[in-house]
Design a protein around this ligand. Structure first.
Ligand code: FAD
Length: 413
C-alpha cells in the first residue's frame, strides 16, 4: 500500500475515533484511521470492567493534572460533558448516571464501540488496521506515514496514539516517539491511576478488604497531594480510587522517601477521634477498645492496625491512658505507610506526562511546531482522575482536533 488521503488519524482509540467522526461530518475530506491492532477501540472494550465510564456529570479542570489548567479548562469549555452526552445520544447510545456523577453507556462498552464504528463506516472513513506506524516524515507540506511494508501520505495528521498505559492494548508509548521525531518536547511519562506498592508486610493479610479512606502524600513536612474515596488492600499494597488517584503524585515525586498517611476514618481528625474515644470510655467503660472500632471499620483491619502500632486491642476503655488515646486516634487518622513505589505501565489505567501543552493550540489542538499536525487524547501531557475523566479528555480533544483538521476541506452538499 502506498496511498494518499487528506487526513490520516494515527490511533483508532477513543480520541482517534472521535476525531474521525468530527472531521468527516459535513466535510468532503478523504480520511483514514491507522491502527496497529487488528481492531479499533480495544481499550474502550476493557474499560470500567467492560462498562466504560465514558464521562462525568461534574467536570472541571481540577479533575486533571499535567500541563496548564487554563489549557484544560478551555478544551473542556469547547466540548464538555453535555456535548459528549448529546454526541453519543445522536449515535443511539443511551447513557445512565451512577454515583459521583459517573456516566456509562446503558448497554455497555461493546454497544458504545459499535456505535462509534458504525458512524465511522457511514461517513466513509477508511479503517486501516494491523498497521504499526514506525515513523512519520514531513516534507513540502505532506506527511508520510511509514509502516514496516506500507506507507500513506496525507496533508494533515491527527496523532491519537494514546500513552504507555496498558501496552497489551497497543499503547506502548510509540506516540511519544512519533511526536518527538516531529519536533515536540515530551514531558517524561510515568504510570498514573496505578496500584501503590507498600513495604508493609503486616498489612498483606488485609488483601481484599475495602475501606473508605483519605490519603495524604508528604515530602518531608509538606503535604504534596491528597485523595479521598474507597481504598482496596491488595497483596502488595493498595488500590481502589483513593490509591489510584494519588499514585501519579507518588510516581512523579522527587522526594527520596515520600510518606503516605492513611486516615481510615475520613472526616475525623486526631482531635475529634480522641474526643470520641473519651466519650466511648464514659459510655462503655468495661468494653474492650477494639469493640468500638469494630462498629465503624472491618474487624480484620482494626486488629492489624492495633497489632502494627503495638496497642493492646483488648484493653478496657476505662484503662486507657492519655497516651493510649492519642496513639489509637493517631493510628486510625494518620497511619504512616511505607511506600515502595507504584506499579508498572502494564497495570496502569493512564499515563502522566506526554506532549507539552505549550506546543499545542487549545482552540484547534494543532501543533505549534509542525503545521497540519494535530494531537488528541492521552498522548498529551494531561491525566485525569478516576470517574470517566480520561475518556472525556479523549472525546474533547478528539472532537476539537477532528473538526479543525477538516476545516479547510470542502463542505458536503
Ligand atoms: C484497563 C483500563 C480501564 C480504563 N477505564 C477507564 C474508564 O472507565 N473511564 C475513563 O475515563 N478512562 C478509562 N481508562 C483510560 C482510557 O481508556 C484512556 O485514557 C483513553 O482510552 C485514551 O484514549 P486515546 O484515544 O488517547 O488512547 P487509546 O484509547 O489508548 O488509543 C490509542 C490507539 O492508538 C494505537 N496505537 C498506538 N501506537 C500506534 C502506532 N505506532 N501505530 C498505530 N497505532 C498505534 C493503539 O493500538 C490504540 O488503539 C482505562 C484504561 C485502562 C487501561
Amino acid at each position: 500500500m502506498n496511498e494518499t488521503c487528506d487526513i490520516a488519524i494515527v490511533g483508532g482509540g477513543a480520541a482517534g475515533l472521535m476525531a474521525a467522526i468530527a472531521a468527516a461530518e459535513g466535510r468532503t475530506a478523504k480520511i483514514a484511521i491507522i491502527e496497529r491492532m487488528d481492531r479499533c477501540g480495544s481499550k474502550i472494550l476493557i474499560s470500567g470492567g467492560g462498562r466504560c465510564n465514558l464521562s462525568n456529570r461534574s467536570l472541571s479542570a481540577n479533575d486533571y493534572f499535567g500541563g496548564s489548567r487554563n489549557f484544560i479548562r478551555n478544551v473542556l469549555a469547547s466540548f464538555g460533558t453535555k456535548d459528549t452526552i448529546r454526541f453519543f445520544e445522536s449515535l443511539g447510545v443511551e447513557i445512565t448516571e451512577e454515583d459521583e456523577g459517573r456516566l456509562f453507556p446503558r448497554k455497555g462498552a461493546h454497544h458504545l464501540l459499535a456505535a462509534l464504528l458504525g458512524r465511522v463506516g457511514e461517513l466513509g472513513v477508511q479503517l486501516v488496521t494491523g498497521f504499526f506506524v514506525e515513523h512519520i516524515t514531513f516534507t513540502n507540506g505532506i506527511y508520510k506515514i511509514h509502516g514496516r511494508s506500507k506507507s500513506l501520505s496525507a496533508s494533515r495528521v491527527v496523532l491519537a496514539c494514546g500513552g504507555s498505559a496498558c501496552p497489551a492494548c497497543g499503547t506502548d508509548g510509540s506516540g511519544f516517539a512519533l511526536a518527538a521525531s516531529l519536533g515536540h518536547s515530551i514531558i517524561a511519562p510515568t504510570p498514573a491511576l496505578v496500584p501503590i506498592e507498600l513495604n508493609e508486610p503486616d498489612l498483606r493479610k488485609l488483601a481484599g478488604i475495602t475501606i473508605d479512606a483519605e490519603l495524604v502524600l508528604r515530602a518531608g513536612d509538606v503535604e504534596t497531594a491528597n485523595s479521598r474515596g474507597s481504598m482496596l488492600f491488595t497483596h502488595g499494597g493498595i488500590s481502589g480510587p483513593a490509591a489510584l488517584n494519588i499514585s501519579r503524585h507518588i510516581a512523579r515525586s522527587e522526594a527520596a522517601n515520600p510518606t503516605l498517611l492513611l486516615n481510615s476514618l475520613p472526616g475525623r481528625t486526631l482531635e475529634t477521634l480522641s474526643r470520641e474515644i473519651r466519650e466511648w470510655m464514659r459510655l462503655h467503660p468495661k468494653a474492650e477498645i477494639i469493640t468500638s472500632f469494630k462498629k465503624i471499620l472491618p474487624e480484620r483491619f482494626c486488629t492489624a492496625v492495633f497489632r502494627r502500632e503495638g496497642i493492646d486491642a483488648s484493653k478496657r476503655l476505662s484503662n486507657l491512658s492519655r497516651d493510649d488515646i492519642k496513639n489509637t486516634a493517631s493510628a486510625f487518622t494518620e497511619l504512616s505507610l511505607s511506600v515502595k513505589g507504584v506499579g508498572e505501565f502494564k497495570s496502569a489505567h493512564a499515563t502522566a506526562g506526554g506532549v507539552a501543552l505549550t506546543e499545542v493550540r487549545y482552540q484547534t489542538m494543532e501543533s505549534r511546531i509542525s503545521r497540519g499536525l494535530y494531537l488528541a487524547g492521552e498522548v498529551l501531557d494531561v491525566d485525569g482522575m478516576t470517574g470517566g475523566y480520561n475518556f472525556q479528555w479523549a472525546w474533547s480533544t478528539g472532537f476539537i482536533a477532528g473538526r479543525a483538521s477538516s476545516a479547510v476541506f470542502k463542505k458536503k452538499c
